[in-house]
Design a protein around this ligand. Structure first.
Ligand code: UD1
Length: 422
């Protein structure tokens, strides 16, 4: 199957932005810290959530998802420690977050080494070094990593070499029930980490400093299952905003999330007007996108790497030259080959791309290689004259709920189609 987009029109209408993928995945890992039923509402119906659910079932937990209510229920009472095989780890990269929570609960876990991923090598050395400081011994057995804390986990001071989101989350998950106090320095500050800490605090954890570079966790004996209403997905919010920036038009996005200053500045530079209301934001674009002279991706609160493919697509029809530097993941520029098939004028050397805006893009047979390049290509397809056929759509379903239906809701002509990979 593929997604077919007949582009070239403005966007208009209203959308309710889905719940946050990057917040719910660590919460699912956190749910195994307690015994009993954790309930997460506003949970997006995306394949990454279902893959994470499979991992929990694989270790003995019970997970149900009510599509109508967007309600995820995890009963982790009967979770056992064991082996996380290649399939689970390959299927969903965020399964490495079970390292932290399973170590906290059972003091041991065996996991298949995470394979290469399409947006870069994505190692887990920061995670393992941090665990070592908490008393975890790691050995490698063929393709597996065995982590064990023979005397239980203890608090430690952990300085991360880089504010990695996953490593920060894993340290927090491991520390909430460790003996004593843990300090994470140079911690990632992403809003999803703040939401995870609020969720864990509701479960009974003692955490301070989330949202800053220094997080302190005092271990507690027991955590309790809770109910949680998930916040908006800020990258989905950015996706719909960039689609409006690229296509032109006027779209109201219902959200409880605010955009970072960096994101708002980039949208303003593209020529968009943002009108904030109590329940969301109206994005208005009345011109072709303006170029952005220089933009580089950074950890939060900088412009996010997950939003890089989105802005690149919008800039393809910019009224001038834009430069983008990707500083987080090395493979994000593979999308450029696909954009070129649509008539985009982009050169790149290493991690710097120069985008010279063209007046027209044309439909083409294109292929997504990862989630955000998929979303970027859909933006480009919506901006292009004629029909585009996008394969690799399974990447999009990992993180976006009812993508085609939502695009139709803002006036785009989109449907599922048959298609051979481009
Ligand atoms: C998370 C997000 C992903 C986002 C990324 C950066 C989730 C489920 N995924 O991914 O959408 O693009 O943050 O905002 O929340 N690194 C190492 N060693 C490590 C860990 C990371 O070298 O042990 C490097 C990575 O290769 C990368 C950088 O650190 O260059 C940032 O990665 P990280 O923040 O860990 O990304 P993820 O948590 O995998």
């Amino acid at each position: 199957m593929a997604i077919e987009v007949c582009g070239g029109s403005h966007v208009q209408g209203e959308l309710r932005v889905q719940g946050s993928k990057n917040a719910v995945l660590p919460m699912m890992a956190a749910a195994v810290l307690c015994q009993g039923e954790t309930v997460i509402t506003n949970c997006p119906d995306i394949t990454d959530v279902h893959a994470m659910a499979e991992v929990i079932r694989g270790i003995g937990g019970n997970v149900t998802y009510n599509e109508k209510e967007h309600c995820l229920t995890i009963d982790s009472s009967s979770v056992q420690t064991g082996e996380m095989e290649e399939k689970s780890v390959k299927e969903i990269r965020a399964s490495v977050l079970f390292l932290g929570s399973m170590l906290a609960r059972f003091s041991q876990i065996k996991i298949h080494y995470p394979g290469g991923c399409s947006i870069g090598s994505r190692p887990i050395d920061f995670h393992l070094c941090g665990f070592a400081r908490m008393g975890v011994q790691t050995t490698e057995q063929e393709e597996y990593i065995c982590c064990e804390a023979p005397e239980g986990l203890h608090g430690a001071s952990i300085l991360l070499p880089f504010p990695s989101v996953g490593a920060t989350e894993n340290m927090i998950l491991a520390a909430v029930q460790a003996e004593g106090t843990t300090k994470i320095l140079r911690a990632a500050r992403e809003p999803e980490i703040v939401e995870l800490c609020c969720f864990l605090r509701k479960m009974g954890a003692k955490i301070t400093g989330e949202g800053t570079e220094s997080i302190e966790i005092q271990g507690v004996r027991k955590l309790y299952p809770v109910q949680w209403q998930l916040g908006t997905d800020r990258i989905a919010l950015l996706t719909w905003s960039m689609m409006t920036a690229g296509c032109g038009g006027d779209v109201f996005l219902e959200t409880d999330s605010v955009m970072s200053e960096a994101e708002q500045e980039v949208l303003a530079a593209l020529g968009c007007r943002l009108q904030w209301e109590t329940v969301g934001v109206r994005v208005i674009q009345q011109s072709v996108p303006h170029p952005v002279p220089y933009l580089c991706t950074k950890p939060y609160p900088g412009y996010p790497t997950d939003g890089q493919s989105l802005v690149m697509a919008a800039l393809c029809k910019g009224s001038g030259v834009s430069i983008i530097e990707e500083r987080i993941f090395e493979n994000r520029f593979r999308m450029i080959y696909q954009l070129k098939k649509m008539g985009a004028n982009i050169d790149f050397v290493s991690n710097r791309a120069c985008i010279t805006g063209v007046t027209k893009l044309h439909g083409a047979k294109i292929r997504a290689d990862d989630l955000r390049s998929g979303a970027g290509l859909l933006i480009a397809a919506a901006m292009a004259d004629g029909t585009s056929n996008l394969s690799g759509e399974q990447y999009i379903y990992r993180g976006y709920e009812r993508m085609e239906e939502q695009m139709r809701q803002i006036g785009l002509e989109v449907q599922k189609a048959s298609g051979q990979p481009a």
